[in-house]
Design a protein around this ligand. Structure first.
Ligand SMILES: CC(C)(COP(=O)(O)OP(=O)(O)OC[C@H]1O[C@@H](n2cnc3c(N)ncnc32)[C@H](O)[C@@H]1OP(=O)(O)O)[C@@H](O)C(=O)NCCC(=O)NCCS
Length: 355
């Protein structure tokens, strides 16, 4: 994430919402081992669970004409996978989940899943997690406004502060969120650029050294990035995690600018691993990118971004991608200069909870 957003994840993708229902039940709860037994356990619990009377548009009320029960998912992971993959099928660069990849995503983010049940059938689910910016609804797989409302209402109920979600700017769902009192605050771009050769670097002030990070300099990188973002964008174990998740990534893939022996700017590059695996592509990925405030406007991030693009090209990549906020003028300015184009645009829809 060039801009350092707490992803969507890959998931900040509005569902395409094919209308359907009457599927059988299976799903999964945060960090707890998943088992088929959960389903029986869920049924035992049902009398004590929340019951919703359908009170939305006449058609869905009539169609649903029975109570919706919303509860925590327990031991029903395959069902979550089925619902999410169906709801997000065909959405922008969506990579379908397997039980293993969703399990990993749940533990990586601390995702909580709720399911909506109608009779014995699970008809929808919502996945959310708490991060420094509030409670983020990451996945909403439901096939009617009535079910969506019941699920989102349950997430909101327990949350203090902000609840937010990312929605495709052209998604038919935008109306659903606005009706629920969500307001579009800022937006996120997914941008890409072609890599078609090694290009000269933008000029930087004399004496500036542009190089790769050296092993043992992790803390220097983390300090520069977090001081530039103004919050904990990187943790000390990030390099180790990138090495594990994005081979052949290592310190050489991190590009830094040094002034008088001090690292003052950095751009991290790596393979766009999940995307390349699923779409059989050779795409690189950039982010985070950061320059300490006192060193901005001197072409440092521009030069390091070009250095990273040349590096990825020499590693055999033919395109490069990143995310950046629509309001980040310096970033958009330098990215446009380097040939990046917006491929997709999400809006973050926020709702402030009175708590
Ligand atoms: C974004 C960031 C990395 C840019 O670093 P930098 O080293 O100052 O970038 P550069 O000097 O290479 O390029 C910045 C460009 O934005 C332009 N710019 C900067 N502030 C601007 C503003 N308020 N309005 C218009 N243009 C602006 C600069 O003029 C420059 O364009 P130019 O080369 O045509 O003059 C830095 O601002 C930063 O660390 N921000 C905080 C963390 C962050 O948002 N990182 C994610 C980036 S997506």
């Amino acid at each position: 994430m060039y801009a350092g957003r707490l992803r969507p994840t890959s998931s900040a993708r509005g569902p395409q919402q094919p209308e359907m229902s009457g599927t059988n039940a299976v799903s999964g709860q945060k960090v707890k081992p998943f088992s088929v037994a959960g389903t029986a356990y869920a049924r035992l619990l049902k009398p004590f669970l929340k019951v919703y009377f359908v009170h939305f548009s006449p058609v869905s009320s009539l169609a649903l004409a029975m109570s919706l029960c919303v509860r925590k998912a327990c031991g029903e992971l395959p069902k979550l996978v089925e619902l999410i993959n169906r709801a997000y099928e065909g959405s922008y660069e969506f990579i379908p989940f397997s039980v293993e990849s969703l399990e990993k995503e749940i533990s990586r983010r601390g995702l909580v899943f709720l399911v909506a049940e109608q009779g014995e059938t699970i008809v929808g689910c919502v996945g959310y997690w708490r991060n420094p910016r509030g409670t983020e609804i990451e996945w909403l797989a439901a096939f009617s406004d009535a079910v969506r409302d019941a699920l989102v209402q349950e997430v909101e109920k327990d949350e203090e502060g902000e609840v937010f979600t990312a929605v495709d700017v052209d998604s038919p769902l935008m109306e659903f969120w606005v009706k629920r009192g969500y307001v579009a605050e800022e937006g996120l771009y997914h941008m890409t650029a072609k890599l078609d050769g090694v290009k000269p670097l933008p000029e930087v002030p004399a004496g500036t050294v542009l190089r790769s990070l050296k092993p043992g300099e992790e803390k220097l990188l983390v300090d520069v990035v977090n001081a530039s973002y103004g919050w904990e964008r990187l943790k000390e174990d990030h390099i180790a995690r990138w090495k594990a998740e994005h081979p052949p990534f290592n310190e050489e893939w991190v590009h830094v600018a040094e002034v008088n022996g001090k690292i003052v700017s950095a751009v991290v590059s790596r393979p766009d691993t999940e995307y390349n695996k699923h779409f059989h592509a050779k795409r690189g990925y950039l982010g985070p990118a950061a320059t300490l405030p006192d060193y901005r406007g001197k072409n440092l991030a521009s030069a390091l971004t070009r250095r990273a693009m040349n590096f990825l090209y020499e590693k055999g990549m033919d395109t490069v991608s990143l995310y950046t906020f629509e309001g980040n003028v310096p970033s958009i300015t330098l990215l446009n200069k380097l040939g990046f184009k917006v491929q997709h645009h999400w809006k973050f829809m926020h709702k402030k909870r009175s708590g």
